[in-house]
Design a protein around this ligand. Sequence first.
Ligand code: IMP
Length: 459
Amino acid sequence: MTVTIVGSQLGDEGKGGVVDLYGDAADVVARYQGGDNAGHTVVHDGEKYKLSLVPSGAVRGKVGVLGNGCVVNPRTLFDEISTLEEKGLSPDVRVAERAHVILPFHRVLDGIEEDVKSEDDQEVGTTGRGIGPTYEDKAGRRGVRVGDLLDPDVLRERLEYVVPQKRALVEDVYGVDVEDLEDPDAFDVDALFEEFHDFGERLAAEDMTVNASAFLTDAMADGQTVMFEGAQGTIIDIDHGNYPYVTSSNPTAGGAAVGTGLSPNVIAEGEIIGIVKAYLTRVGSGPLPTELGGVEGDTPGYDEQGDGENEELATYIREEGGEYGTVTGRPRRVGWLDMPMLRHSARVNGFTGLAVNHIDVLAGLDEVKVGHSYELDGEELEAMPPTTEEWGRCEATFRTFDGWEEVDWSAVAAEGYDAIPENARTYLEYISDELEAPIYAVGVGPGREETVVVENPTE
Ligand code: IMP
């Protein structure tokens, strides 16, 4: 069977913890999109592991697969594997030959393009990992795939085609002298060939490359459980998110089929679990109708804000929830839960169950608000509109819930759902009713044992 884990909001919903928890019963944990822009922390045997590319299941002895829909930076891949090995683990990571390779110039271009856009306040606030430029080359049919690293002739041919174009783009369009860059070798065919051919040899020597579609189909035919670990979230999906403030891949459930080579029937026969953070956070730019308090440089019109009370509340939630980027360390913008966003997300993904995280972070507040619907041009909207311009004009209509008290959350996790404070259960049941999906798990603390498991789809 399969279990697909999808972020229902803007990323950072705490997917890692749920993957970690349910992943126990999985044999294979596969990623289907994104690259080393995804940060997750796994705590295992008292040791903390920060991973951005390697599927978190690899820490627990599962086979980790990076599907064809991923973009793979081999530098990060081997760094993360070495770190795990230094701590005594033997991660088994397989990489799809159809996945695209992030080359050093992609990172350089990511940075330059963000700088140029920032002159007109149009930057996306990317993680700077070269994700967008790599997917651009994939769509432009000039990318280098993992399989190409295994064949020196093909690798050289591909680099000889693409590198001069990138050099010209940087020099002639952006007016940047490549020799002035920190890493001028990023635009040197011979240097790139040497480094990436070595990566290819290592991938081959360690038998790490696979045809993901065949590999996963065989695993399932053997009766193995496959978990699909979505990175980022629905509202930063390139198709269904808040374009252009999106990542360049499809974190939504459909991406699990396209990004691994399994049929949509296979994904649909399994479970699709939406991960919901009990409030909202956002890294980078773009509208956020339920925003409480912003971050300078990210929140549009930040300077004109200045609602002291909300700003204080946002700071409180940011600190309580540790809302700082795992990859970048940037403070996250904070808002109340946004139901029009979640209704859109539920429709796009077809959740069979929900895991709601971080309800402990909201404990102790007198009241907790939820953006129940939007008002746009005098009309009430139940789901977020498709354009960013319209979304930016939406005013949230709030519902207020009574707050819940601070309790011993570890004891709650041990006792089960009924031990969750009543007002918090009312809040959870509202979310479940609105999204027409049952609550499978409730995150009540950062540790993996601090989760109330109502339903384990792998059992
Ligand atoms: P990119 O994925 O680096 O191209 O960044 C594009 C947008 O997605 C930016 O707004 C990032 O902040 C956001 N983003 C990318 N990865 C994550 C993530 O793992 N969590 C939250 N936001 C992310």
